[in-house]
Every structure is written in C-alpha cells, then in structure tokens.
Ligand binder design. Structure first.
Ligand code: ATP
Length: 315
C-alpha cells in the first residue's frame, strides 16, 4: 500500500436517509429524498433557494418532523436513541441568535455545560481563531466572527457528525475562506460534516461528495469532479460584449452550436474549445457581432445544475 491514505468504509455510514417527505400547507418541501453519507466525509447539499435543503437538515437534526421516511444517524434512530444522537451530533442553524452582551468565552462555557462530554473553551477558541475576541460582547463581533463562534458552539460536545446550514451566507470572501479552513480542520479531526450551500464554488472547494437538490429531490449525487465530468462538456466559451449581450438565436443557428445567454454574456458549452474558437471568430466577424472578450473556462457545478434543470442555481 502506498502512502497513508485512510480508506473510508462506504458501509460505515454516518447518515442514511430513505424516502424522506415533508409537505407544508402549500409546498411539498421534501419529496422522497434518499441520502447516504459515509463517515469522515464533508458532504454538501447544494441547491437554489427553496430547494428544501434547510427542511431536510432540520428533519435529520430532529427539529422538524417528517411526514414519511427513515433516518439513521450513526446507526441510531430518533425514536429509539434520541438522547444519544443529541450527544453525538453538533448543529449550526442558518442563524444563531445570542444575547448582545454575552462573550464568546461565556457562550462556549454555557453551551458546554449542557453536555456531559465537552471540548474545552480554550481549545475551541483556538480552533476558530477567536482568542482575541474571547471576552468581547457578541454585538461587537463581525459577521464572520459570529459565524465562526456558531461553528465553535456546534462543536462544544465534541460531535462525530456536524450539521452546518449555509455557514458562509452573507460573509465576505476572506471570512468565507477562513470558515472553510475550520470545516477542513473538522474533517482532519475525523468528523463527518454535512453542510448546505447555494454557492457552487463552496461545494466544489469543500465537499468530498454532494447531493444536488431541486424541488425537494436529489437530482444528482457524486464527487464534484465526477458530477462535472459526467456532463461531458469540459469547457464553456464565454463571450462578453461592449454593452448588453445581443440575442444569440441567429448566431447559434449560423454557428450550429448551442449558445446560451446569461445576463450580459453568452455561454457556449463545448467538448473541444480549440476547434470551436476559429469557427466562432469567423462567424462573429461575418455576423458583425461586436464582442469584447472571449474567455474559456472549465465547466462547473453551476453548469451541471443548468444542464439538469434548465435553470441557474442563482435564479
Ligand atoms: P434556502 O437556501 O432559501 O434556505 P432551502 O433549500 O433551505 O432554501 P427550505 O428552507 O427547506 O429550502 O424550503 C423549502 C420550501 O418549503 C420552500 O418553498 C419554503 O418556502 C417552504 N417552507 C420552508 N419552511 C416552511 C414552513 N415552516 N412553513 C411553510 N413552508 C415552508
């Protein structure tokens, strides 16, 4: 055997969900959802607003009841072993409200006191790099610092499985990256992390595997790389224009190629950008299409979602 790779036994599941369903008065929020998350993975639920990610997570966390379905967490069920599940999981909700005048040190001490097994406050402050703010009022923390504190609070009981609901929404790029580092450290410590996000770059950067959700269902599962390579469209050529992008229909017919208009740019998916480029430039000149820049990028999870649903993740 080469190196020190830890092999994750796919039969050793942190989470198994089967046939999950939740109907709200007017919306079928979760529509027969199946998931399997092996231990030790960072697993992402990726989907647009309203896809059912939060509802799914809240049912798994025992905060909302399902209408139907089975859930096994670390081999346990809520009906039989609720207390044990609570002791062994950590939960960060979409937003965490704390008193304005509680400090990170105090809130970690307080949350920790609820559990028989707990990580020390100092260790957690180090993990999320909040030592400097340990004794500052909560109201004085930045958005990123508040999110890192919420992560530390989800870890007070040293959980094996941690749920994070859109942990980086609303954060600036630097704060997002620093939060990603904390998630990576959680994984390095051997924890399983399940997170929701509607950022495809976050899903690609952080997750070992993903389930892409839409309308309460999983529409694709796999590693970010396999989901993208299954598309069989490794590249996308993007064209931008001086002003707003023109309608691409006539140009697409001339080029005999799918051309999608997205806001102020055209996107042309292609397995072979080298062959497409000369044809593209020729056709653009013939049609007097005044484009400004041509950019070739590899396909992303956004393209996977677009391809499967005909809609953008950001719509
Ligand atoms: P977001 O990224 O916006 O949080 P999401 O993927 O997490 O979206 P959910 O919050 O699970 O989606 O919502 C799924 C659907 O269920 C939405 O149409 C939402 O309006 C609806 N929904 C969620 N909670 C409730 C509720 N308590 N009562 C009624 N409808 C709800």
């Amino acid at each position: 055997m080469e190196g020190w790779t830890i092999e994750v036994d796919m039969t050793d599941l942190a989470l198994r969900v089967k046939g999950l369903r939740k109907q709200y008065a007017k919306v079928l929020a979760v529509d027969g959802l199946d998931l399997e998350v092996p231990r030790g993975e960072v697993f992402g639920l990726l989907g647009p607003n309203g896809a059912g990610k939060t509802t799914t997570l809240e049912i798994i966390e025992g905060l909302t009841t399902a209408d139907a379905g089975e859930i096994e967490i670390l081999g346990l069920t809520w009906a039989q072993q609720g207390q044990e599940i609570r002791a062994r999981i950590g939960v960060q909700l979409q937003s965490t409200s704390l008193f304005n005048k509680i400090t990170p040190r105090e809130s970690l001490d307080l949350y920790g006191s609820y559990y028989p097994k707990r990580r020390s406050t100092e260790e957690l402050l180090d993990l999320v790099q909040l030592q400097e703010k340990a004794d500052a009022y909560h109201i004085t923390l930045s958005g990123g610092q508040q999110q890192r504190l919420a992560l530390a609070l989800a870890l007070v009981n040293d959980p094996e499985l941690v749920f994070l609901d859109e942990p980086t929404t609303g954060l600036d790029p630097q704060a997002r990256r620093s939060l990603w580092d904390v998630v990576r450290r959680m994984k390095a410590e051997g924890r399983t992390v399940m997170l929701t996000t509607h950022y495809m770059d976050e899903a690609e950067a952080l997750c070992d595997r993903l389930a892409i959700m839409d309308h309460g269902q999983v529409i694709a599962t796999g590693t970010p790389a396999s989901l993208i390579s299954d598309l069989a469209i490794p590249s996308v050529v993007e064209l931008t224009f001086e002003g707003a992008a023109p309608e691409p229909a006539a140009f697409a017919a001339r080029l005999d190629q799918v051309v999608e208009r997205r806001a102020d740019l055209w996107e042309i998916p292609t397995p072979d950008p080298k062959a497409l480029l000369p044809r593209l430039l020729e056709a653009a000149e013939a049609a007097a299409v005044p484009f400004q820049q041509v950019h070739i990028r590899r396909a992303t999870l956004e393209d996977v979602f677009l391809h499967r649903t005909g809609r953008s993740l950001r719509e």
